[in-house]
Design a protein around this ligand. Structure first.
Ligand code: SF4
Ligand code: SF4
Length: 289
């Protein structure tokens, strides 16, 4: 039975990618890592691997045939995202707002709108230590994370016995929601600072709203993890790992190393966390049955 584990955080800079990469490194069974932080992927910087294959990814955008268009405004009326407006009987598309739903094309009474592909991202497929690693990268100036994330998850998740690890975009906006939707376990990385705790609560609420089983890892726990514990107790979310600040870990990180390769104590922590993740993810299966 395959399992999907999302590694996420309410804010950036808490160590999310560090844990995603190091858990990927210590897992001794079939696993695929998908970097869904498509605006700014960085797992590949730690894994230092080149893609074996790349694909261009396109979305469908509406294109108006002005010879057929009567300026009836139906396209603007059906667009829930205000991406299509009609001024002086001329439809005008605001590409950045378009969610590529195709509604305007279907509803146009003159069949004046056709959908045309537009390339917005590159999908990179690599192998790292015999494990599959995939990451998407949005083209500069593009803001369409969600369809790229949807494509990555649908096409590259491990469907055999094994695990899919997802390194999620930070925050709780649409790209983060798209990355965690339907996973077997949402693992939130936090740090015990006022900002960290505030954003952890937002992330827990996102997970609850999506009906996800969750767990928390506290990074830099020696700053005083009391408030994080109180918050997790309030929301009934288990803490499955606490890591204090360690100069050697910081040094290995700053050198771009896989920390679990060079610091045994960190590797042991990651292995322990992975065991808890597997236990919690399998409980999710029992609940589903
Ligand atoms: S719905 Fe079709 S005909 Fe009407 S304004 Fe839009 S493109 Fe033109
Ligand atoms: S494809 Fe959907 S989101 Fe884009 S302009 Fe048409 S109706 Fe709006």
């Amino acid at each position: 039975m395959s399992k999907t584990i999302a590694i996420a955080s309410g804010k950036g800079g808490t160590g999310k990618t560090t844990f995603a990469v190091n858990l990927f490194a210590v897992v001794d069974e079939p696993v695929t890592l998908i970097d869904c932080d498509v605006e700014e992927p960085n797992c590949h910087l730690f894994l230092q691997t080149e893609p074996e294959k790349t694909e261009r990814f396109s979305v469908l955008l509406p294109e108006v045939n002005f010879d057929k268009c009567t300026g009836c405004r139906r396209c603007a009326e059906v667009c829930r995202y205000n991406a299509m407006v009609v001024i002086d009987k001329k439809p005008m598309l605001f590409e950045e707002l378009c969610h590529n739903c195709g509604g305007c094309a279907r509803q146009c009474p003159q069949e004046a709108i056709k959908e045309v592909p537009k390339e917005v991202a590159t999908i990179n497929i690599a192998t790292w230590r015999d494990k599959k690693f995939v990451y998407g990268l949005l083209d500069i100036g593009q803001a369409r994370s969600s369809p790229v994330i949807d494509y990555l998850r649908k096409n590259f998740s491990n469907t055999d016995d094994g695990y899919t690890l997802i390194d999620c975009p930070p925050g709780t906006a649409c790209p983060a929601v798209e990355s965690v939707r339907g996973v077997d376990l949402l693992v939130l990385i936090t740090e015990p600072t006022p900002f960290g705790i505030n954003d952890l609560e937002l992330a827990i609420k996102m997970g609850k709203a999506l009906g996800l089983k969750q767990a928390v890892i506290v990074n830099r726990a020696d700053l005083g993890a009391g408030d994080v514990k109180a918050l997790c107790e309030r929301y009934d979310v288990p803490i499955i790992g606490e890591i204090g600040f360690d100069k050697e870990i910081a040094k290995a990180y700053s050198q771009g190393k896989i920390i679990s390769d060079v610091i045994e104590s960190f590797r042991n922590i990651c292995e322990g966390i992975w065991q808890r993740i597997c236990e919690l993810a399998s409980e999710t299966e029992e609940i589903k049955q």
